[in-house]
Design a protein around this ligand. Structure first.
Ligand SMILES: Nc1ncnc2c1ncn2[C@@H]1O[C@H](COP(=O)(O)OP(=O)(O)OP(=O)(O)O)[C@@H](O)[C@H]1O
Ligand SMILES: [Mn+2]
Length: 582
């Protein structure tokens, strides 16, 4: 009994002690938090929120002239939507005045003059070498210092030999075929009152939409941009606009970066990995092929030539890995930079394929080409739905897909299911098959659509980094959707026939379209020749289908929206092509 009471008192005092310790720990944590808050530089953060009078369509801040925002001040949710890592060490940019650099990239100039122009254009827009003074001067007090091993600008790394670039091949003269093709009316008829993907409230007072905003505002259920819109301005913006910050993009298998421009616009950067002459290794599967920035650019041009306009615009650009990437990157990405034994600046980034030291991205010594794709509106502003492609390959070393074994796959399986039964989607997949066969893209495992437009809308043509891998080989299996279903839009067939004529010869039109790009020649002539050859194969395939069935059964008019009916909810749940992780 006595010991019981004593133990009770003991326990009581133990509890008191525990409480006292808990209170002390609590106080210590609170004090530490208060101290941290006091020491963190909050001013720029609050300035960011005050200064963002306009929310850009991609969700990021639209920087007005003369305003200041702190790098990395996108809210966390936005960073996630952009696929950026949620944490970063933000730097401070001293002056974010939007410096728009026009350059005299004259597409009609003769080719010798054009190359000179491009060089001048690059020199002008590069942040470190602007002839008219720095494009965005940084406060030396806030500029992050380079670690040992990285030279300061103004010495060796600014010497002229870094401007050496791939020497253009002996190119054929421009014969005006591309301009002639582009002046033809488009087969895509967009109703004048069609709803747009996003709407942006124009703030009171004078406000002009920025160039990337205008592009995003133009996206509708039929196309990413119209054939009358001035997409050349957007391409020039992608090629020249000063970069403000750089982040790694998560997702996917290979390294790619999100560029934020000084006016708040975003773009997806894929770096040069292999020379133009490189061909997919014979023992490499399509899924282990290295990505090519020039394939992204060429695929965009072909999509436009085919009159689809379902791919976001992509331009080539020269980068100084030190000034345009390293200096503007977060600490995570910076840590992966190093100087190679050959004295070149390299980085690896974080990804699952080709992110090893032996497959690093290296400049020469710090100059490198890359592709820059215009960013679509954020997932928040315009959610996208991911669909498993019915003719997806197996992505296994040991298995093949069902469609590879079953010639009746289209009729037996795909045609009976939503959303391929009605509407436009199956015809869109036929277009995609033609497109992928031309560019040699075997990597179409998924595709995306804009959720806002339901199912009567186009699949976005995204991710062509593994296209143009082999110019000497045509991969017929990419045409499986076409020869298994024996269907094609009449308008697509007409366009293909046109591109097979001498007047609008596909290889010539492509060469002339690509000649406007800063990293011209984007493709070797052998790849252009392959386009003509593959086009003949497609046309022969369609003719075979027509002779087997009938013209009416194969060539289809444009499906009308009025005729499209959403399936019953029960049918929807039976979908087999929904998003699926792999
Ligand atoms: N221009 C763009 N604007 C917005 N988002 C984009 C754009 N291009 C690509 N994305 C998004 O980024 C994702 C990854 O891009 P991409 O497919 O090009 O990378 P990847 O590394 O080649 O991927 P994978 O390894 O799966 O082939 C795409 O699925 C798409 O959702
Ligand atoms: Mn890819």
């Amino acid at each position: 009994m006595k010991t019981g009471i004593i133990c009770g008192i003991c326990r009581g005092s133990m509890k008191l002690k525990q409480r006292a310790v808990a209170v002390m720990v609590g106080t210590a944590i609170t004090t530490a938090l208060v101290l941290m808050i006091l020491t963190v530089d909050l001013k720029p953060v609050s300035m960011f929120y005050q200064s963002v009078r306009v929310q850009s369509v991609q969700g990021g801040p639209v920087v007005e002239d003369g305003q200041q925002v702190r790098a990395g001040d996108h809210p966390v949710h936005l960073r996630r939507q952009l696929g950026k890592s949620a944490s970063r060490s933000g730097g401070t940019a001293a002056n974010l005045t939007v410096a728009r650099h026009t350059h005299e990239l004259d597409p009609l100039a003769d080719s010798a003059g054009r190359h000179e122009h491009k060089d001048t254009a690059y020199r002008k827009t590069n942040s470190r070498t602007n002839a008219e003074g720095p494009a965005h001067p940084r406060d030396p007090r806030t500029r992050r210092t380079r670690p040992k091993g990285f030279p300061d600008e103004g010495n060796f790394y600014n010497s002229d030999h870094k401007w050496l670039r791939t020497q253009p091949e002996q190119t054929k003269p421009n014969t005006g075929k591309y301009e002639k093709l582009m002046s033809l009316p488009s087969a895509v008829s967009v109703p004048s009152k069609t709803e747009k993907l996003i709407r942006l409230k124009k703030p009171k007072g004078k406000h002009e939409f920025k160039i990337l905003e205008s592009f995003q505002l133009g996206i509708n259920r039929f196309e990413v941009y119209s054939n009358t819109s001035v997409i050349d301005d957007l391409l020039e913006y992608l090629m020249t606009h000063p970069i403000y910050e750089v982040d790694e993009k998560s997702g996917g298998t290979q390294v790619k970066l999100i560029l934020t421009f000084e006016d708040g616009g975003h773009a997806l950067f894929k770096p040069w990995r292999v020379p133009r002459e490189y061909e997919t290794l014979p023992n490499h599967f399509y899924f282990s092929d290295i990505e090519r920035h020039n394939a992204e650019i060429a695929a965009f041009h072909l999509d436009r030539i085919l009159d689809f306009r379902r791919a976001p615009p992509v331009a080539g650009r020269w980068f100084n890995l030190t000034a345009d990437i390293y200096d503007l990157a977060d600490s995570g990405l910076r840590k992966t930079f190093f100087r190679s034994p050959a004295n070149n600046i390299c980085f690896v980034g974080h990804c699952s394929y080709y992110c090893e030291t032996e497959t690093a991205v290296c400049g020469k010594p710090d100059m490198i080409e890359g592709s820059v794709a215009a960013y679509l509106p954020s997932f928040k502003a315009a959610p996208r739905k991911t669909w498993r492609h019915p003719w997806r390959r197996s992505y296994s070393k040991h298995r093949t897909a069902v469609w590879e074994q079953d010639p009746t796959y289209c009729e037996r399986s795909v045609m009976t299911k939503h959303p391929y039964k009605t509407g436009r989607r199956l015809l869109d997949l036929m277009d995609m098959s033609v497109y992928d066969f031309l560019i040699g893209n075997m990597d179409r495992h998924h595709y995306e659509t804009f959720e806002a437009f339901g199912n009567f809308t186009f699949p976005i043509h995204l991710d062509h980094g593994r296209a143009f891998g082999k110019h000497h080989q045509d991969e017929l299996s990419i045409l499986a959707p076409l020869f298994q279903c024996c269907l094609l839009r009449e308008s697509t067939y007409k366009r293909l026939q046109l591109l097979a004529t001498e007047e609008y010869l596909l290889s010539d039109v492509m060469r002339e379209s690509l000649s406007r790009d800063m990293i011209f020649p984007v493709l070797l002539e052998a790849h252009l020749e392959a386009l003509d050859r593959r086009l003949q194969t497609i046309l022969a395939q369609v003719r075979r289908c027509i002779s087997r069935k009938s013209e009416k059964a194969v060539l289809k008019p444009e499906p009308r929206m009025e005729d499209y009916k959403e399936p019953e909810p029960s049918a929807k749940t039976g979908e087999t092509y929904e998003e699926e992780e792999y």
